[in-house]
Design a protein around this ligand. Structure first.
Ligand code: ADP
Ligand code: MG
Length: 355
């Protein structure tokens, strides 16, 4: 199951719109999706179901210290084929104070997900516009974060501030989360929007979606009608944008999907390290690092099997090695190795130690 948080402390940047429409498009593509509304403003709940205060149970019951513990399943509502919603309510805003000082309070959502018995392909978490307990719960529970960035009125220096925020987010998340930016509310007619998009692409390097969500009034109308855009107007630009984003997200499955029973990532063995990955879409995967003087080329290639698996045993002596993967010519950090250090180029290297 892929677990994706939609987070940005700024309000109005398209978090909820993305959470709803990405979830609905994934469901339409046959993926089983649970959308968790973690914002006390409950806009996702409102946008898909209706008045949150009329619902009997919500995420507060799951996360709080109530005398009768509530499971995620008990609050989950069926919305559309393949799409379920765990609703929010304004009472969720009381949680931060209520749990203040409690050990493990940031792991409440993580724990609730562990005891989930329904099987979903995707879990999408819509976060509030703040970096507090609720967002931390989302980050601890998820492996990936999508950060929507509004390109219409966002100031340029704000991009840097946001970068810092995402760094804080992934540091606080403790485990390594994959953070990816998404340009939203994009108006191609304005110079500023173009400039901001360029800056986002520079700053986030490879960690930004190619898909861009344009300004589209139909998205707003869909929210008011309490349906995803797919149910309102399939000819709308907003639908096409979210469909494209969905395809990009689905393509990323290769990265998170662990082969049944087969280890993925670097495995330290007796006389070296076995590196193995599952990247069915790739044409070429190379492993470069200290051990080969960072030299890209035929000698650095991994072997491919017929199932899209890539692997190679590298004999290595005792020591500490830094490395990166080069997939179709693009340098990336090993997504299956949490050991990462900053490199002098502003990016990251993965680290492996042979004891
Ligand atoms: N691409 C878009 N085009 C037009 N309006 C949008 C778009 N994305 C979001 N909106 C509208 O902007 C407002 C804020 O979006 P929302 O998704 O609720 O942001 P957030 O959850 O980050 O606060 C909503 O009224 C929403 O309908
Ligand atoms: Mg919102």
């Amino acid at each position: 199951m892929r677990k994706i948080a939609i987070a940005n402390q700024k309000g109005g940047c398209g978090k909820t719109t993305t959470a709803i429409n990405l979830s609905a498009c994934l469901a339409e593509r046959g993926k089983r999706v649970l959308l968790i509304d973690l914002d006390p403003q409950a806009h996702a709940t409102l946008g898909l179901k209706g008045d949150p205060e009329e619902l009997e149970k919500n995420m507060y019951d799951v996360l709080s210290d109530s005398s009768s513990p509530t499971t995620l399943e008990e609050v989950t509502l069926h919305i559309l084929s393949n799409l379920d919603l765990a609703p929010s309510s304004v009472i969720l805003s009381a949680l931060e104070q209520e749990l203040s000082g409690r050990p493990g309070r940031e792991l409440r959502l993580y724990n609730a997900i562990q005891s989930l018995s329904t099987s979903y392909d995707y879990l999408i978490v819509d976060c509030p516009p703040s970096i507090g307990l609720l967002t931390f719960n989302a980050l601890r529970a998820c492996d990936e974060v999508i950060v929507p960035i509004e390109t219409s009125i966002f100031s340029l220096h704000g991009v840097e501030k946001l970068l810092e925020t995402t760094r804080v987010l992934s540091d606080r998340a403790d485990h390594r989360t994959k953070v990816k930016a998404l340009a939203t509310i994009y108006d191609r007619r304005t110079k500023l929007a173009k400039e901001i998009l360029k800056r986002i692409r520079e700053h986030f390097e490879g960690s930004v979606f190619n898909s861009v969500i344009h300004t589209n009034i139909r998205l707003r109308e869909a929210a008011l009608k309490r349906v995803p855009i797919s149910k309102l107007d399939k000819t709308a630009a907003g639908y096409k944008d979210y469909r494209q984003l969905t395809e990009e997200v689905i393509k990323g499955e290769a990265w998170t999907e662990r082969m049944e029973g087969k280890p993925i990532g670097p495995q330290v063995l007796e006389k070296g390290v076995f590196f193995s990955y599952r990247i069915p879409d790739a044409e070429d995967v190379q492993l470069v690092g200290d051990f080969n003087n960072w030299k890209v080329g035929k000698d650095a290639q991994l072997d491919r099997d017929e199932n899209g698996g890539w692997g190679r045993f590298l004999p290595l002596n005792k020591g500490r090695y830094e490395y990166r993967l080069v997939v179709n010519g693009k340098w990336i950090t090993d997504p299956h190795n949490p050991q990462i250090v900053s490199n002098p180029f502003g990016g990251e290297n993965s680290v492996i130690v042979v004891p």
